[in-house]
Design a protein around this ligand. Structure first.
Ligand SMILES: Cc1cc2nc3c(=O)[nH]c(=O)nc-3n(C[C@H](O)[C@H](O)[C@H](O)COP(=O)(O)O)c2cc1C
Length: 183
């Protein structure tokens, strides 16, 4: 797939199965994540990868976070199984630090770009992915159990694998003029 087609037509995949990305494919995905715009090269991102038994460990952390925040059993059980919706989940963390030039928000935007870049690198290599969030992204228990510091934020859970079906709905047929204006 050429770059422009990827940029214009990229879709997310909800239904993901084995195999997940490994070896050079995975390395390409991670390298794409590290090649996003990054003012002053502060490298304000970290990628925490769960695959295989790592998915069980991530599910246990999700379930513990749900338990600690008093969620009902149904939510706790669902949290435990959530990472198993794909063969790989990359927790993308914005690790912003003080800078007189680059504020925290800009560093978090850079980490968000890494989610998109990695999804596109997966699609470019015949895999699929979906950027997910939800309440767990903001949960302090989960953040601490993943080793995040006070200023760190999870910007997304990137689920990756092999698409088992095409996208359910076509993308919206946007009119450029609804989104673009010229001064
Ligand atoms: C920050 C962010 C968080 C998202 N969180 C979720 C989510 O938790 N669950 C979900 O189904 N889609 C979520 N999405 C949307 C999907 O990643 C995806 O963009 C959407 O399903 C539309 O599909 P498309 O990318 O093929 O257009 C999120 C997107 C962004 C940018």
């Amino acid at each position: 797939m050429d770059a422009l087609t990827l940029l214009k037509e990229r879709r997310s995949s909800v239904d993901l199965g084995a195999p997940g990305p490994v070896g050079t494919v995975l390395e390409n995905i991670l390298r794409a994540g590290l090649r996003v715009p990054d003012f002053q090269y502060l490298r304000p991102y970290r990628f925490i990868i769960a695959a295989g038994e790592g998915l069980d460990r991530l599910g246990a952390l999700f379930a513990n976070a749900a338990r600690m925040s008093g969620k009902p059993d149904s939510v706790i059980n669902r949290a435990k199984s959530m990472p198993h919706r794909a063969p790989m989940v990359i927790v993308v963390v914005a690790k912003a630090r003080h800078s007189d030039i680059v504020n925290l928000y800009e560093q978090q935007l850079s980490a968000g770009c890494a989610v998109m870049a990695m999804q596109m690198a997966a699609v470019a290599q015949g895999y699929g992915g979906i950027w997910r969030s939800g309440w767990l992204m903001y949960d302090r228990t989960l953040q601490e159990s993943l080793g995040l510091a006070a200023n760190d934020r999870i910007v997304g859970f990137l689920y990756l694998g092999t698409p088992q079906s095409g996208p359910k709905e076509p993308p919206p047929q946007d009119k450029l003029e609804d989104f673009v204006e010229w001064l």
